[in-house]
Each structure stands twice: as C-alpha cells, then as structure tokens.
Design a protein around this ligand. Structure first.
Ligand code: AHR
Length: 532
C-alpha cells in the first residue's frame, strides 16, 4: 500500500496565497488541467436531494409542526432550511421512493386536521409496536413551501404502481395550471396557492421493477407511454422513466435493454433513473465500527458506479445514437445493514463517518466527470435516512461529515467540467475477500468565471500525497485556497453530543509562477480553488 514518500512539507500561508518563492515539493502526483478547453456544464442538479415519507425523514426530520418548540418556519424545521440554503440545494425529490407508488396526492391537501390517516408502505419494516401511519400533514403545499424556502426545484415522483394516468394528470394540473383556468387550479388557490407551482421534473414511478409494481421492462414501458402521452402541457416537463437497479451484480443492464426495446417508436424520456446504492446490507460491514478492509470495501463498491453509468450509456446508444435521454441518479448512497438507527422507529437511519464522506467525494467526482451523461443526482436521503447530511431527533440536530463534502464541492455547481490529466498508481488494498485495486486518487475539476475548482480524494489509510498542479496553455493561477476534510480516526463521526468532530479545515497551498503545490493527507477530501 505504500507509495513514494512525501519529501518536503508544503510552505505558504493558509487561505488565499499569492505567487512567490518557497521550498519545492517532490511531487508524488503531477496533475495537468486545461481550463481554456472545458467540457460540458456540470448541472447544479448533480448536487440534489431526496426526502421520503419513511422513518424520521419527513416527520421530525423536516416537519416538526407549527406549534413545535423546535424553531420552525410554518412547521418546517428552521435549521434544516438554513442548512439547505447554505448548500444551494438545487432540487428536492419527494414523496418517495417506494412510498411514492402507494401515495395518493389528494390525501395531502386541504385542512390538515381533516386529512385522512393512511397506510404507509414502510409499515412492514417498522419495529414491532411502532407505527408508520401516514398523517398526511406534509403534502404538496407544505412540500412546495419547503422548496421555496430553500430555493430548490421540486422533483415529484408520481404513483404508477397503484394509480392511474388520470390521477397523475390531475396532480400535474393541480400543480401547474395557471390561476383562473381549470377547476383544479381553483382548488389549489382555495388551499392557499393561487399561483402555479411550475413543476418541471416528474418521475413516472419509482423502482417499477420492485416496490413500484414488480413489472417487467416491457410492462413498465407500456405504463410509461400511457402515463405520459396525455401529460397536461402547462409547463414543459422533464420526464424521468424508471431505470435500472445499478448496484445489482450485473448492473441490471437487462432492464435498460428491455425498456428501450419496448419504447421503439415512442418519444424517449428526458431522464432515465439509475439507483446506485453502495449496498453493504448483506455484509458484516457496520456503519460506525470497522477495520481497514471494511473501509476500502465501501470505497471500492462506490467507484463501480462510473462503470455502471458508462455501460448503460453505451446500451442506450444502441437505440438512440443521439442520446436524447440523460441519466438521473435519483438514489445514491452507502447503505449498511440495520442495527445502528438513531432510534428504532427511525428506520434506515445510520451514523455517517469519515469513510462515507470520502465516498461522497468520490461519487461527486464521478458525477462531474460524467457531466455530459448525467442530468441530475439525488442523495438518498438528505436527513435521518441512509447517506444523510443531517441527523435530527426532536431538538437534537447535527450535520454529518457528508454535509461538509456537499459544501466543499459547491463551487462545481454550474461550472464547466475541466478534464484532469494525472498519472498516479492504483492502490493494492485489503477488502472483504482478499485484495483489490482501487484508484489511488479520485479527482474532478471545473471552471466558472475564472475560478478553477479542483477536488481530490485520497482513500489511502496510510499515505499522504504531494500534488503539483500545472495549468496548460497560457493560464496562470494568481491566487489559491484549499480546504481539507479529514481526521486521524477513520471512524470519526459527528453526533448530537459532538457535532463538530469532522469538519473542514484550511489546507496550505503554495502558488508558484507555473504550478500550485499542496499535500493531500491520507483519508481525506480536498477542494482547491484557483483564481486564474
Ligand atoms: O431510499 C430508501 C428506498 O430505497 C427507496 O424508497 C427505494 O426507492 C429504494 O429501494
């Protein structure tokens, strides 16, 4: 696992540093960036979110109620709103997940006291004695209020599994018909929102191969066509079809082939969803207590996502060489076996450690590198579930290490992807079964208004890496600053009692006339910003 040794420490001031002399690093990795010839735009939507009516996600995590002693805005947890605004959260996917295919949108409108109490799909996974009855206190108006508070675009997952095209189209009209037109627009106004919601992003079902109806690809394609053909055209939609279970052993390529075969002759969807969980549920790997092999196993499974994207992209190309359909990776994250929930009824909640933060950086680097293929990605899920950015229980709240990676990668949002040229050896690492090869560094870069952002992740548990960055052509860095997220303990986490154990620190950077140099510590995520 050992690499070339780091020879001299980086000089230079913390924060922004100016070009000047200083000790020369013996670099382990030489990186070349060509900001003058950037690639596709990195959609801000790659840094998107997902919240579902499940465990403690909506109720308590987000919706605390207007009379709560917890600080709130119209019943929505204020700290959550503030943190999501800080991240510039571009979108929110709701109401599921599996919940979506059992959800009937009318249950969530009208006076809250009069809304029905309904069955929640997740009841089957609740611990004995715990209840998942859906109170419907958080419906489309409350969701849209949240989106407006945060400044996020709504992405609604519609019920295909237990609904009809009519119910879907009515929801679209209720959301998007201009005031004073159809009766559904009047009903929306009578419920407090005269102006249309203008929802662009619509998921047509969720996991239709599983909890969304257990359909074959051909059956789902038939449903998809029926659900979208008469789509009410108030707002030009971005329609997302159910795609594969990307973390299946074979990547679920058969779903993609079958769907696009059955769609021949019909307009292709704008988006094709991929769900990619770094799925440890059938292993002994725990979220909070693990060894080196279990650290690397998670990262190794995480980086396979890039291959999944490329394979499905090539498959779709056989049906549509123009690639009118882009990927929407609307569920991704590290998912461990149950047993570490913040409380038993908050099913699917788990601690998030430095390992998951490093995984987050690697996932974002993949999304950035694949920006021409991926239109959107949504972490599963934003609060109190799987790969959470936040944990909340009543008046207790904390930001996980994953939150900080979202914050550090924010400058990539809306930038243009800059290819990273780097020669760096793979690591030979222990994993659950023997050893495996893992990329020695993960990276991506982007440029926006003369600000060049380079993000790097060092998965090694043992070695720091000395980096020298050169800019191709006439480009010169005049200033540089960098942040690093790391900890001496690979298991480090943030908790209600200790919320700031893992948080970004300033990283020293040396800016020279022809290069920028710094040292990326072991087990860390680094974001470097250069003014050019
Ligand atoms: O995110 C939790 C669940 O994982 C979602 O409801 C479902 O779509 C997926 O299987």
């Amino acid at each position: 696992m050992r690499r070339r040794t780091f020879l001299k420490a980086a000089g230079g001031a913390a924060g922004w540093s100016l070009a000047g002399p200083g000790p020369v690093l013996a670099a382990d990795a030489e990186i070349e960036l060509a900001p003058a010839t950037p690639g596709p735009v990195i959609s801000p939507h790659l840094y998107g979110h997902f919240i579902e009516h499940l465990g403690g996600v909506i109720y308590d995590g987000i919706w605390v109620g207007r009379n709560s002693k917890i600080a709130n805005v119209d019943g929505i947890r204020r700290q959550f709103v503030d943190d999501m605004k800080r991240l510039g959260a571009p979108n929110l996917r709701w109401p599921g997940g599996c919940f979506a295919d059992g959800y009937h949108w009318r249950d969530g409108i009208g006076r809250q006291a009069e809304r029905p109490r309904t069955y929640n799909y997740w009841q089957r996974q609740m611990p004995p004695g715990a209840d998942a009855t859906e109170t419907n206190q958080f419906g489309i108006h409350e969701f849209m209020r949240l989106c407006r508070l945060v400044g996020a675009q709504p992405y609604l997952a519609a019920n295909v599994g237990s609904s009809t095209p009519k119910e879907f189209h009515d929801w679209v009209s209720y959301c998007n018909a201009p005031a004073g037109t159809v009766s559904l627009a009047e009903e929306r106004a009578s419920n407090g929102d005269k102006e249309p919601f203008g929802v662009t992003y619509w998921g047509v079902g969720n996991e239709s191969w599983g909890c969304g109806g257990n359909m074959t690809p051909a059956e789902y394609a038939a449903h998809y066509r029926r659900f979208v053909t008469q789509f009410p055209g108030y707002t030009r939609p971005f329609l997302v079809a159910t795609g594969p279970r990307g973390h299946s052993a074979d990547g679920d390529i058969g779903w993609t082939t079958g769907f696009f075969e059955a769609m021949r002759g019909a307009p292709p969807p704008d988006g094709f969803s991929i769900h990619y969980y770094t799925d440890l549920r059938r292993t002994k790997v725990k979220p909070g207590d693990f060894n080196a092999a279990e650290w690397y196993e998670v990262l190794l499974r995480g980086v396979r996502l890039e291959k999944v994207i490329e394979e499905h992209w090539n498959e779709i190309g056989k049906f549509d060489a123009a690639h009118r359909t882009k990927f929407v990776i609307d569920e991704w994250g590290v998912w461990y076996a149950p047993g570490s929930e913040i409380k038993p009824a908050y099913i699917l909640s788990q601690p998030i450690t430095l390992r998951d933060a490093v995984h987050t950086g690697m996932a974002f680097d993949i999304f950035n590198r694949q920006a021409g293929k991926v239109a959107m990605a949504n972490v599963a899920q934003t609060i109190n579930c799987i790969h959470s950015l936040f944990l909340a229980d009543g008046d207790q709240y904390c930001r996980t290490p994953a939150f900080h990676v979202f914050d550090m990668y924010r400058p990539h949002m809306g930038g243009r992807m800059v290819p990273v040229r780097m020669q760096f050896p793979e690591l030979n690492v222990p994993v659950l079964e023997g050893t495996a090869r893992l990329p020695g560094l993960s990276s991506s870069a982007s440029i926006r208004e003369r600000r060049l952002t380079l993000t790097l992740t060092n998965p090694s548990l043992s070695d720091a890496v000395a980096i020298r960055v050169r800019l191709a052509g006439q480009s010169r860095a005049t200033e540089a600053r960098a942040a690093v997220l790391t900890h001496s303990d690979m298991r480090a986490t943030n908790s209600f009692a200790h919320p700031d154990v893992v948080k970004p620190e300033t990283l020293q950077v040396e800016t020279r006339s022809d290069s920028v140099e710094f040292r990326i510590p072991r087990q860390s995520v680094v974001a470097v910003e250069l003014a050019i």
